[in-house]
Design a protein around this ligand. Sequence first.
Ligand code: C2O
Ligand code: CU
Length: 487
Amino acid sequence: LALSGCGQEAKPAQAGELLRSKAKLPTPFQVPLPIPPVKKPTRSDAKADYYRVVQQKASLEILPGLKTEVMGYDGLLPGPTFDVRSGRTTVVEQVNQLDVSTVVHLHGGHTPAPSDGWPLDLIMPANGQHGGHHMSGGDMTMGKRTYTYPNTQRAATLWYHDHTMDYTAPQVYRGLFGLHIIRDDKEENLPLPKGDREIPLVIADRAFDADGSFLYPAAKDGPGVESAYMEGVVADVTLVNGAPWPVHEVDAVRYRFRILNAANARRYELAFDKGPAKFVQIGSDGGLLDKPVEHKTLVIAPAERFDVIVDFSQYQPGDEVTVVNKLDNNSGVLRFKIARKAPDDTSIPATLSSYAVTPRPAGVVRREWRFRRGDAGGHRGWTINGKAFDPAVMQAQVKLDQYEIWSFVTDVHHPVHVHLAPFQVLTRGGSNKLSAYDHGWKDTVDIRPAEVVEVLVKFSAHKGKYLIHCHNLEHEDMAMMAAFETI
Ligand code: C2O
Ligand code: CU
């Protein structure tokens, strides 16, 4: 693996085992919650905003008193947040000053194929000498590439991240991920919390070596790989917006949190350690729900987003409330300290947005996507419909502007993601009763062991090659990805 800035040889870990840090870890809930900076355009015209991002190494103090070398957009972890308007085009010049090749994908974007981040459309390193990963079959560019995002979609919380064939997992782990928030007037006219009461929470797990450098399993190419890599990498430090188990001071009012699970492989079940706080979900991957949904706990798989309102008004100044992960022994994720009482003129409307909740159309095209371990046919790893990812093979030709019902079939857990169009979940486990987390427009859906999930999807506007894949990033790199073509 071409991991730059590893510092030391990473140690392989056991199958499905937790990667444990060797560094001295801080007491939880001491480090303040950072908010990723909003990216400023270099110029704007009537239709578009133009940006320049430099992918570079940087030495960041993630753990107090230690330095971690990251690969970051503008050297940040997470990268800067794009905060853009629906219908206005975002043009991003991505400069690669790393010593590995990269690819940028806007996750959840309704993006023309040349800007979607095809895994072989590599941006080769600017300095040239290292050469990066050598793979052919894509539209390679030297040193930089310009991505154009029309943002022709409703307000939603998107994110961008690396998508390099075979190397997405280690490159995202080292820092190549950030938020891309699309806003529109409809949403802004709702009486929801805004300004510093609207906070992104980007959650990801990482492990650190004694010197502060990231720990990551060494090799998927060597013996023993089937171990740590195979199941996906899970680590012992929880970062929120790049800080370990942070703390944030809040007023005793409503807040809006845009939660992204940016972890490579870990699922979370978020809950508050003590009542009465709960999550009122107002949005999912694809923007606002039609009406709010209350959750005691929030199960969030890799790449999923939950847009939630939390009301702290029943707490007293001085109270503390901790968000814990029920899937990991109620270990802490982050803590809120209630600082003071304050006026609050926000509310959660009973109707948030309206969209056709599409009934099951008759006679639509159906496709089945089977997500399985791939120990057959000489491929060790993961497969879709029995095939390891092959960029030369289109597993489906999909007509634009027509509904299709896609079934996702698995044996073990896989968060399944489709590029280009959001979908609605129709059935889960054979019943129309969806899970509490299936509401609204999704682009990633958590498929649980031995389960079938059916979704309704319709692609539009852009013809070209797109992807469906597992968003457990190690699974993705171990070939659990398929290409399809929109025609
Ligand atoms: Cu978030 Cu194809 O990826
Ligand atoms: Cu998977």
